[in-house]
Design a protein. Structure first.
Length: 225
């Protein structure tokens, strides 16, 4: 009986392996090309990223402290920080059809087990504006609510998890095809992403487009046929 069970387990394992092989092969065959967008690679300069926080909101008319250089942050501790990322000037070869899109982030994590939430912003923001922050998205324009979380496309989001706490980790997550296709066809709708820490007392250091290690910078990956 034990021998038969062992044989059955091997059969099931083989079937699962075969199915996965067929699926992965089909996906590979369906893709004709890959277009990547990463600051400093092949002349690309279209990444905007910043952090907005509610630190010192009482002293800044509610706008908090923001930063456009150095690490990106997402955390909930004695104050909260959220990350804005946008890939501008993106395109596919003429006649190409988008198959799928992915976001690659490199995160330094020392605690493990945390969960990040990703959202698609539906309001524009100005990386050059000194007003950009927890309250404002550009000069004389405020977020609907402080922190930008009510200025996202409702019903569309993603999760970044599986953190081990072992330092630098690469995370690749699928993005919503409809949203990314709209970015390609209507660049004015490309307001980028909001990354939020979903766990209290957790902190993520997200490597930014200014990172000295180019391979650590945020990357948008588009697969097409």
């Amino acid at each position: 009986m034990r021998k038969n069970n062992t044989i059955n387990i091997f059969k099931i394992g083989y079937i699962v392996f075969a199915i996965l092989f067929v699926v992965n092969t089909a996906l590979a065959l369906a893709v004709d090309g890959v277009q990547t967008f990463q600051y400093g690679v092949k002349g690309y300069r279209g990444t905007d990223d910043a952090i907005i926080t509610n630190l010192f909101v009482q002293d800044t008319d509610g706008n908090g402290v923001s930063a456009r250089d150095g690490y990106l942050r997402a955390f909930q501790q004695f104050y909260e920080a959220r990350t804005l990322i946008r890939f501008k000037d993106i395109s596919l070869p003429a006649g190409a059809e988008l198959i799928r899109a992915e976001l690659k982030l490199v995160v330094t994590d020392r605690s493990g087990g945390m969960i990040l939430g990703g959202y698609y912003l539906d309001k524009s923001w100005d990386i050059e504006s000194e007003s950009l922050g927890w309250k404002n998205r550009k000069l004389d324009k405020a977020w609907s609510d402080p922190g930008a979380l009510n200025d996202v496309i409702h019903g569309k989001s993603f999760i970044i998890n599986g953190f081990s706490g072992e330092g630098v980790q690469q995370k690749i997550v699928p993005l919503d095809n409809e949203v990314v296709l709209n970015w390609l066809n209507n660049p004015s709708t490309n307001n980028g992403l909001l990354i939020v820490m979903l766990d209290k007392d957790a902190s993520a250091w997200i490597h930014s487009s200014e990172d000295p290690e180019v391979s650590y910078r945020p990357q948008l990956i588009l697969y097409y046929e």
